[in-house]
Design a protein around this ligand. Structure first.
Ligand code: SF4
Length: 453
């Protein structure tokens, strides 16, 4: 293989009977920075159990790290891609020439994927797609599902990084950049690993879940025997196939969110959406520069509930945002009474260093913020008490989170861990975390439910 190709590594001989590890060939062109990129990619692949093939024949896929500095370097890179294609046939391109994807694909339409310089995650994802990593429980230090900080029975599944919105009170896009979605196959592979490892509930998270895939132009990727588009609805459908609870967080009410409600009604994914509405007054939402702020959300909520009467909505709000008038706040309270949200969090507005909202006129005095916060919480408590009282007598599935000598504590499909309410099963000590049991709701207060089996 070409200059800079890393030294060959011999396949390890283990007394244990093991499946052959997937093998990656690597061609590294260009400057020392490109070489360092190659080393990082190789290190990551080795840590995941891939072996490095010294020749084209022995490789399941070949990565070509290209140079695009001057014309002769570009030519050399294109030739190296051509050589790898003719010798092996399965080629992933990365590095500086990767920014000229059209040129590469025009000359070599057969390449599997093209990524740019420093896109380590994308190259590794492309390798995963071409040749999935193998988990060997005898030698891997890290379990197949990765290291997690959550209990064994639920896990957060991050589908994208960053955000294309520019809410005036938020600095996240400045810190994390624009939306960068993971390939659908990558997300699904992780979900499958988690479910195999015993996870019963997948909590889908991102900064803007319903914008998933926009940056990828909804590009399809290969999953099992099919192509799956990087699209909110398509991903939800596929996640619904794992047999685990699937809960959606940080959904903005863009029009296409309507499409996932039937999946909730059919029981494919949980009838639950966490939508950070933040306010109801159009003037405040505009000053906040909220995504989907022109949507008629009350009408949308009603139409969702017609399709899925069981739908639980959780949200967060900010009171005392600069410029929020008494009339804006009263509008928010009216909206809250009418929307009948199941779970709500409320924050008093605080400036964040670097946020655009800091320069907005009309700062609300602290005592007014405080008073509005208490009034807001009192209204929501009434709403919540009424909703939960309506659950008494219903038979529901409960996912058990904890068990002690007094009984078990779990959650229904309407409640996310950490942030929502619980279902108490007093005296039910024979259960374990992760069990899903059926209970009849016997009692409710404004936050929690009590069930019997
Ligand atoms: S608050 Fe707005 S800008 Fe910040 S992460 Fe959420 S959607 Fe993006």
């Amino acid at each position: 293989m070409s200059a800079n190709a890393p030294p060959a590594e011999k396949a390890s001989k283990s007394p244990l009977i093991r499946r052959a590890a997937p093998r990656v060939g690597f061609v590294s062109l260009g400057c020392p920075k490109a070489l360092v990129d190659s080393e990082r990619i190789l290190t990551r692949l080795r840590s995941e159990g891939y072996e490095i093939s010294p020749d084209y024949d022995g490789a399941d896929v070949v990565v070509v790290n290209t140079c695009g500095f001057i014309d002769s370097a570009k030519r050399e890179s294109l030739d190296a891609i051509g050589e790898a294609l003719s010798e092996n046939g399965r080629v992933i391109v990365t590095g500086c020439l990767g920014v000229e994807e059209q040129r590469i694909r025009a000359e070599h339409p057969g390449v599997l994927a093209v990524t740019g310089p420093h896109q380590y995650e994308q190259v590794v994802n492309a390798v995963h797609e071409a040749v999935p990593p193998q988990h060997d429980p005898y030698v891997d230090l890290v379990p197949a599902e990765g290291l997690r900080l959550t209990p064994r029975h639920y896990a957060y599944l991050k589908i994208s990084e960053g955000c294309n919105n520019r809410c005036s009170f938020c600095i996240i896009p400045g810190l994390r950049g624009d939306l960068a979605s993971r390939q659908a196959s990558d997300v699904l592979r992780e979900a499958e690993r988690l479910v195999k490892a015993g996870v019963k509930e997948l909590l889908v998270i991102s900064q803007d879940t319903s914008a998933y895939g926009l940056d990828l132009k909804y590009a399809p990727s290969r999953w099992k025997d099919r192509e799956v588009r990087a699209r909110f609805l398509d991903l939800c459908k596929e996640l619904g196939e794992f047999g685990a609870w699937v809960r959606l967080h940080y959904v903005y009410p863009y029009p296409h969110v309507d499409e996932v409600i039937p999946l909730m009604a059919e029981g494919k994914i949980l009838p639950y959406m966490d939508i950070p509405f933040q306010h109801a007054s159009p003037a405040v939402l505009k000053a906040m520069r909220r995504p989907a702020h022109q949507e008629k959300t009350l009408e949308r909520i009603k139409s969702w509930r017609q399709v899925c009467p069981d739908l639980a909505l959780r949200s967060t709000f900010i009171v005392g945002f600069p410029g929020e008038t008494d009339a804006d706040f009263e509008m928010l309270l009216d909206w809250l009474r009418e929307a009948g949200l199941n779970r709500v969090g409320c924050f008093k507005y605080e400036p964040v260093e670097g946020a655009v909202a800091n320069a907005l006129p009309g700062a609300v005095p602290e005592e007014v913020k405080e008073e509005r916060w208490h009034r807001f919480m009192a209204v929501q408590q009434e709403v919540s008490r009424d909703i939960l009282a309506g659950k008494v007598g219903q038979t529901v599935d409960v996912l058990i989170d904890e068990v002690d000598e007094e009984g078990a504590l779990g959650r229904s499909k309407w409640d996310a861990p950490e942030i929502d309410g619980s279902v108490f099963l007093n005296g039910d000590t024979g259960l374990s975390a992760g069990d899903i049991v059926t209970a009849t709701i016997a009692h409710a207060d404004e936050y929690d439910l009590w069930g019997e089996r």
